[in-house]
Design a protein around this ligand. Structure first.
Ligand code: XMP
Ligand code: MG
Length: 177
């Protein structure tokens, strides 16, 4: 893998496809074990998590449901600090075992605003899966129960993550060069 250009910026290979897929397989195995006998509901946060959610979902070996919501806080490579709900929940989560699927937790703002809304609806349980976490960027601490990779505070694209709309189709993760 070599350096790539997205819009005006250059990105270098950071997490390759095999490494991503191996980690996702391990998380799916762990979730399938931890939720055995339950029928959890994945709530995947669009747009960034769609690829991760799909790969994780198809590796689940227990009964599991899936729905999507759309939240956004980013413009370009910076968080705007405002979380907008563009598509809301269409599924009743009362007394369900809910598993939030995120692509990345950066400042934690998105989830810190969204989680109370979900808790208000009284799910039986609520846990968070995130492919990536930038601990050095944390402003609002989030309890990520299942984490793919902890990464430095540098902008990344690929595997669902975008820089102003582009880069989502890359099968691996790239870091700002
Ligand atoms: P917060 O700060 O609310 O951010 O935890 C979470 C959301 O911000 C987006 N995000 C990124 N998107 N590369 C991206 O393509 C990044 O490095 C990055 N950091 C944060 C993402 O949508 C996430 O859900
Ligand atoms: Mg996102």
């Amino acid at each position: 893998m070599s350096q790539i250009q997205v819009h005006d910026k250059y990105f270098k290979p950071y997490i390759d496809e095999n490494t991503l897929q191996e980690r996702i397989t391990a998380i799916a195995a762990q979730l399938s074990e931890d939720y055995k006998g339950k029928k959890p509901l994945f709530v995947a946060i669009l747009n960034g998590s769609f690829m991760f959610a799909a790969d994780l979902f198809k590796r689940m070996t227990i009964d599991v449901e899936l729905c999507f919501i759309k939240l956004a806080s980013y413009k370009g490579t910076k968080s705007t600090g405002n979380v907008i709900t563009a598509i809301g929940m269409d599924t009743d989560i009362f007394s369900r075992d809910v598993i939030i699927i995120e692509d990345i937790v950066d400042t934690g703002k998105t989830l810190s605003e969204f989680l109370p809304q979900l808790e208000h609806q009284q799910p039986a349980s609520l846990s968070i899966v995130s492919l990536l976490h930038k601990p050095d960027a944390t402003v609002f601490p989030i309890d990520i129960k299942y984490l793919g990779f902890s990464i430095p505070n540098k902008f990344v694209v690929g595997y669902g993550l975008d820089y102003d709309g582009l880069g989502r189709n890359l099968p691996a993760i790239y870091q700002l060069a």
